[in-house]
Design a protein around this ligand. Structure first.
Ligand code: HPA
Length: 273
């Protein structure tokens, strides 16, 4: 058995000692987007620090907890607080909780994040459903020996974001009368925001939004055969010829303002799964 698999099994055993909950839906909430967590009727909360091999969050705007409970009548497990590459965690550490979720029975992963808008038609506060991604993090969580009990050496990425979940979410948005965008998400390591030249370059790559997360979790989820749905909230406008300085406070403020739209879509989507 691989060391990774051993660590997963130990983490799962420790969680199983605290809850018998069998969620099939996993949720990872992004910066300033924790409001969905408040909608979860909680059964058990487990601090990351109490789960063997879990990394512990460092960014103050994140609370590190696994929330087990129900959302729209469905069993879910949510990560309140996620790990970023720029914090110094390895890709394996960042994605470890996704591996654990899979072994708890999760087959559908919903991810949110705050991102900068590269598409000039997008505006601050817009909600973008992620249709695909471009990994420019400069690393990959699958590098190293492959444990075949977890997934294949060369995972197919032709449907990194589930088409079925995307069309369900589009219908949800239509029914709730919430305007949405669709687009390609590109991830950079950060922690600095990008230069004008980089934003111009990122737009040329075909991306509509840029952030610093989500892709490692997506890759590991796809590796293990999970289906993934992702949403980005546009927190700033990354238009190279009209760029204004941005602060973390502004990013969080915009995320908080736009959050109810995303929370409504996610909740209704969960109800229809
Ligand atoms: N760049 C990278 N990540 C981000 C941005 C950005 O402009 N905005 C929010 N997350």
């Amino acid at each position: 058995m691989s060391e990774l698999r051993q660590h997963i099994d130990e983490a799962v055993a420790s969680i199983r000692a605290r809850t018998q909950s069998n969620p099939r839906i996993g949720i990872i909430l992004g910066t300033g987007l924790g409001g969905l967590a408040a909608e979860i009727t909680r059964e058990v909360e487990i601090d990351y620090g109490d789960v063997p091999h879990f990394p512990v969050s460092t960014v103050e705007s994140h609370h590190g907890k696994l929330l087990f409970g129900t959302l729209a009548g469905k069993n879910v497990v949510a990560m309140q607080g996620r790990f970023h590459f720029y914090e110094g965690y390895s890709m394996q550490q960042i994605t470890f909780p996704v591996r654990v979720m899979k072994f708890l029975g999760v087959d559908t992963l919903l991810i949110s994040n705050a991102a900068g808008a590269l598409n000039p038609l997008f505006r601050k506060g817009d909600v973008m459903l992620i249709v695909d991604h471009i990994n420019l993090l400069g690393d990959n969580p699958l590098i190293g020996p492959n444990d075949e009990t977890l997934g294949p050496r060369f995972p197919d990425m032709s449907e990194a974001y589930s088409r079925a979940l995307l069309s369900m979410a589009e219908q949800v948005a239509l029914d709730l009368k919430i305007g949405i965008r669709r687009g390609v998400y590109v991830a950079m390591s950060g922690p600095n925001l990008e230069t004008r030249a980089e934003y111009r370059f990122l737009r040329f790559t075909g991306a509509d939004a840029v952030g610093m997360s989500t892709i490692p979790e997506n890759i590991v989820a796809v590796h293990m055969g999970m289906r993934v749905f992702g949403v980005s909230i546009m927190t700033d406008e990354c238009f190279p010829d009209a760029l204004k300085p941005v602060t973390l406070e502004e990013v969080i403020a915009v995320a908080n303002t736009a959050e109810p739209k995303m929370t409504a879509i996610m909740k209704e989507l969960v109800g229809r799964l």
